[in-house]
Write a protein that binds this ligand. Structure first.
Ligand code: AP5
Ligand code: ZN
Length: 216
C-alpha cells in the first residue's frame, strides 16, 4: 500500500510516519528529510536549496520530483509513505505517473487537520534527534531524560533553522496557496481520508491506523 500524509507544517506528518514505519514496515519518503540531508552533505543541490528552505519557501518541483524518482527507482519496499510530498499539483501528477510506471497507485491520502495557532506551538517546541531522527516536543513529547534521545540514547538534539515564527508564516502561506488545492484534487479521486490532527498523538495514531487497516 502507498500512502500520502498531507497537512500543514507541524501537523504531525513525520510523527505519524515513524509509527507506520515501525508498525507496518512501510518505507518513509520525506522530501524535507532528503533536502536536509543534501544540505548537510554539502552537495551542489544542497547549497542551492538551503536559502529557500530557511525562508520557508517551496523548493522547485524539478528538484523534489527528481529526488522522489531516484528513491522509487532504487528502494525496495512493500509500500511507501509519502511525507511532505506532493506539495503542488505538478508534483501530484508526477507522482501518479511514476507510480503507474511501477504498477502501483496511491491507496489513501491522509489529510491531517490542525488549526494554525496550534501549528505555531508545535514547530516552536519541536526538536529532533540528530542521530535517529526521532521527533520530540518541549511540552507534548519531551525526552524522558533531558537532552537524551529515548530511542537511541544520543545527546545530539537539533532544532530546525526554519522553525521560527517568520519562516513558519511563509511556510503556512505556501501551504495554503500551493498545497491545499491537493485536498480537492484527491477528494475528486476518492482517496482523501481526513483525520483530526488536533487530537493527542496516540489518538491521531489510532485514526491513521484505522484508515490503513481499511485499505490494507
Ligand atoms: P518538511 O520537512 O516537509 O516540513 P513541513 O511540511 O513544514 O512539516 P514539518 O516537518 O514541519 O511537520 P510535520 O507535519 O512532520 O510535524 P511533526 O511530526 O514534526 O519541509 C521543510 C522544507 O523543505 C519546506 O519548507 C520546503 O522548503 C522544502 N520541501 C520539502 N518537501 C518539499 C516539496 N515536496 N516541494 C517543495 N519543497 C519542499 O510534528 C511537529 C511537532 O509537533 C513535533 O514536536 C511533535 O512532537 C509535535 N506533535 C506531533 N503530533 C502532535 C499531536 N497530535 N499533539 C501534540 N503535539 C504533536
Ligand atoms: Zn535518537
Amino acid at each position: 500500500i502507498n500512502i500520502i500524509l498531507l497537512g500543514p507544517p507541524g501537523a504531525g506528518k513525520g510523527t505519524q510516519a515513524r509509527t507506520l514505519v515501525e508498525e507496518r514496515g512501510l518505507v518513509q519518503l520525506s522530501t524535507g528529510d532528503m533536502l536536509r540531508d543534501a544540505r548537510s552533505s554539502g552537495t551542489e543541490m544542497g547549497k542551492i536549496v538551503a536559502d529557500v528552505m530557511d525562508r520557508g519557501q517551496l523548493v522547485t518541483d524539478e528538484i523534489v520530483i527528481g529526488l522522489i524518482r531516484e528513491k522509487l527507482d532504487t528502494v525496495e519496499a512493500p509500500g511507501f509513505i509519502f511525507d511532505g510530498f506532493p506539495r503542488t499539483l505538478p508534483q501530484a501528477d508526477a507522482l501518479e505517473e511514476l507510480l503507474a510506471g511501477m504498477g502501483r497507485k496511491i491507496d489513501a491520502v491522509i489529510e491531517m487537520r490542525v488549526d494554525d495557532e496550534a501549528l505555531v506551538d508545535r514547530v516552536s517546541g519541536r526538536y529532533t534527534c540528530g542521530n535517529c531522527g526521532e521527533v520530540y516536543h518541549d511540552a507534548t513529547r519531551p525526552t524522558k531524560e533531558t537532552g537524551k534521545c529515548d530511542a537511541c540514547g544520543s545527546t545530539d538534539m537539533k532544532r530546525r533553522a526554519d522553525d521560527n515564527p517568520e519562516s513558519l508564516k511563509t511556510r503556512l502561506m505556501e501551504y495554503y496557496k500551493k498545497t491545499s488545492p491537493l485536498v480537492g484534487y484527491y477528494y475528486a479521486k476518492k482517496t482523501l481520508a481526513p483525520v483530526d490532527g488536533m487530537a493527542e498523538m496516540d489518538e491521531v495514531g489510532r485514526q491513521v491506523a484505522e484508515i490503513v487497516d481499511r485499505i490494507g
